[in-house]
Write a protein that binds this ligand. Structure first.
Ligand SMILES: Cc1cc2nc3c(=O)[nH]c(=O)nc-3n(C[C@H](O)[C@H](O)[C@H](O)COP(=O)(O)O)c2cc1C
Length: 263
């Protein structure tokens, strides 16, 4: 069986706009997925004008785009999820990673990780309502304050048939500082019942090669998916989310380092 590495564009709010996504795809070639920076539920309407520009199908033509939702309210998530389905989307992603203070103090983004039982109920409600209509994926940090929070969170994610679990292995209080806590990603590689995607600090070819060298594909493929509970069964895929690296690529400082198949 072929071993495939997939590359996703991670979302950067107000940077990876639809124009950026389309320009990047045209200049560097199409990546496997493009995550749309987060949308939030609103009281009176589904989408603000700026958000609508991001999700319009004609602005995402030719690429596999996944809208992301930032909320801790299941009813809001379900409402936006249905509206996105009406626009033709097959998959939506929950943001459990945003470290910004204004978001976190409201218990959203990585702030939601401090409330595992509420998160479990939230996931239960959204899967009950949308699980048969849409693929649901999660982008998460490994905790609010401490990496040791992650095993409990992983146990919760394992209760649900996620399309994939994207892991940025920092805690909220790291912001984008410190180093990704690779031991927690490796734990997920062993214990996750869902397909996982790595995200964080893969800025250049050297870092990408180091990642691949330290996690040989043959070791990797046996682990997280052997239980057969993963939606895709025994996978021979490795998935890597890139984002800030995309910026350096577009500005020319890091261009051309992704393997040809990805670009
Ligand atoms: C300016 C900025 C905006 C971001 N916006 C989002 C967002 O809307 N949704 C999200 O899940 N992550 C967001 N992120 C996080 C990135 O998607 C990514 O997880 C992070 O940059 C780490 O990956 P990298 O080291 O490859 O850049 C943002 C990061 C930055 C720096």
């Amino acid at each position: 069986m072929d071993k495939i590495v997939k590359y996703y564009m991670a979302p950067l709010e107000s940077v990876t706009t639809w124009i950026y996504r389309q320009a990047h795809a045209k200049i560097y070639g199409r990546l496997d997925k493009y995550f749309i920076p987060f949308l939030e539920p609103h009281e009176k309407r589904d989408f603000k004008t700026r958000e609508l520009q991001e999700i319009l199908p004609e602005h995402n033509e030719g690429i596999y785009a996944v809208p992301q939702i930032l909320t801790n309210k299941a009813d809001g998530f379900i409402r936006i999820g249905r509206a996105l389905k009406d626009y033709g989307y097959q998959e939506v992603n929950l943001n459990l990673g945003c470290p910004s203070k204004t978001v976190v103090t409201k218990g959203k983004g990585s702030g939601f990780l401090a409330f595992p039982e509420e998160l479990d109920r939230f996931l239960d409600e959204i899967f009950e309502a949308l699980g048969s209509e849409l693929k649901l994926s999660v982008k998460t940090r490994i905790g609010k304050e401490r990496p040791e929070e992650f095993p409990r969170l992983l146990e919760i994610f394992n209760h649900y048939p996620l399309e994939e679990l994207i892991i940025h292995p920092r805690v909220q209080t790291d912001g984008y500082k410190n180093h990704p806590r690779m031991e927690m990603y490796d734990l997920a590689a062993k214990e996750s019942k869902n397909p996982i995607c790595y995200n964080g600090d893969l800025f250049n070819q050297e870092k990408l090669e180091k990642f691949q060298r330290e996690r040989p594909f043959d070791d990797w493929q046996g682990i997280s998916h052997e239980s057969g509970t993963s939606p895709s069964g025994n996978r021979t895929e490795r998935i890597l989310g890139i984002s800030r690296s995309g910026l350096s690529r577009l500005s020319g400082t890091g261009s051309g380092w992704l393997p040809k198949r990805a670009i």
